[in-house]
Design a protein around this ligand. Structure first.
Ligand code: MG
Length: 158
């Protein structure tokens, strides 16, 4: 059986926060504002996997008001989500992601981000891809006030 999943997340960008994509810190003037560490890509990937496996969504599993998730390591959340999917018999066929922001540029960090995701999702790096896009100066992403991530995955079960 094959199942696709789609995830999307957006975080405000503010000074004094780290800019994290799948656990990789990119040098940037502003970082993701969130109750957790704000890793927008990790959150989108969590929701893609949870959606494909029909196991819930990140907001219901790790509710933002819960102090347990304050400054949470989002890659630990992703490993936990993938563990749930694995327990239900799912493995990852592939994952494709888009990160939208004005800065920093994602491309120089693409391979580190792919490696980090491949490690968390227990697959070879050739099953993971990540692209960076800008907002063309339009909307909150284009004005540099937010970063958005989209992820689509394919899960397989015997
Ligand atoms: Mg989020």
């Amino acid at each position: 059986m094959l199942r696709t999943g789609l995830g999307r997340d957006l975080h405000r960008l503010v000074k004094g926060r780290r800019f994290l994509l799948a656990g990789v810190e990119l040098p940037a003037q502003r970082g993701e504002l969130a109750h957790s560490d704000g890793d927008v890509l990790a959150h989108a990937v969590c929701d893609a996997i949870l959606g494909a496996a029909a196991l819930g969504d990140i907001g219901s599993l790790f509710p933002p008001p819960d102090p347990a998730w304050k400054d949470a390591d989002s890659m630990a959340l992703l490993r936990s989500v993938f563990g749930m999917a694995k327990q239900s018999g799912w493995t990852l066929v592939n994952l494709d992601c888009v990160v939208c922001c004005e800065e920093p540029k994602v491309a120089p960090f693409r391979d580190s981000i792919r490696q980090s995701l491949a490690q968390a999702l227990e697959v070879s790096v050739d099953r993971i891809f990540v692209k960076g896009k800008t907002g063309e100066g339009l909307g909150p992403v284009g004005k540099g006030r937010a970063v958005e991530a989209l992820a689509v995955c394919l899960l397989e079960k015997e």
